[in-house]
Design a protein around this ligand. Sequence first.
Ligand code: FAD
Ligand code: FES
Length: 274
Amino acid sequence: MKHNPYAALPATVENIIVETSNITTFTFRPEEPIPFKAGQFVELSIPGFGEAPFTPSSSPAVNDVMDITIMRVGAVTERIHALSKGDTVGIRGPLGQPYPLDKFKGKEILIVGGGVGLAPLRALFFALAEEMDHYKKIILRYGARSPGDIVYRNDVATAWGKPKVDLMLSVDKGDEGWKGNIGVVTTILEKNKLSINIQNSVAVVCGPPIMMKFATIKLLERGYAPENIYLSMEKNMSCGIGKCGHCRIGPYYACKDGPVFTYDRIKDEPRIWD
Ligand SMILES: Cc1cc2nc3c(=O)[nH]c(=O)nc-3n(C[C@H](O)[C@H](O)[C@H](O)COP(=O)(O)OP(=O)(O)OC[C@H]3O[C@@H](n4cnc5c(N)ncnc54)[C@H](O)[C@@H]3O)c2cc1C
Ligand code: FES
């Protein structure tokens, strides 16, 4: 029988980690493993209520459980945040195209995240870290509103501090305990905060549209070619499989052709940062 792309697999909430006041990471155990690659997303449904797209934030090497880090912004995410351990949701996917990791080999990978935008980049980070020998260096630059808004505190302090990983955080507004950089994330992309061989580098960006826009402008200023800047275009979606047209970016469907696009493919399309 043909697989129904709208059918969701039941998945149980196995763990809940509160990251910040409005961001929580849920670990789901689907009835069957859901293999995915970094960059792909899933549609998560609350039975009888609605569904929304999210990118797994756990390692693609782990298939039996899947972490999804979710910011509470509206109706569906509100319902997801009210879930308890043992509750059941639906997951369909994986959907969309993964990061082309083959093209990243031998390069310095600059990962730029803002707010909950670090979630998909965490899955990418794990995928890169699995085969660290293939990459020259991983440089992670992450911006959050305040120290209390930083996600994945444990990872940032431990697993992400590997050799060959250059990590710098910034907050828009510090507090008395904050010793790091203060300023929007582009301030840690400046020459004095980011030493990188741009000619042998790709940059991967995910965050709120305004942050993606200014990070892209800064990367272009620093000398990145548009085809070496990878952007996660989190457009409003419905079907997730290229049928409904909700997620159009010019000739592309973000759900089917993306959600990750290099800047050269979409730069001339109107309202890409909306
Ligand atoms: C491919 C993809 C991956 C995503 N991954 C994540 C993730 O890992 N974690 C996460 O927290 N969120 C992620 N999002 C965003 C998430 O899908 C939306 O926050 C969610 O759909 C909001 O649903 P809601 O019913 O709670 O809010 P709504 O009531 O629908 O909307 C509340 C607010 O959120 C905005 N919004 C709604 N849908 C989207 C959307 N798809 N993208 C951006 N803004 C939206 C609305 O404009 C409105 O301002 C992703 C989106 C896409 C397209
Ligand atoms: S969400 Fe339906 S075409 Fe992309």
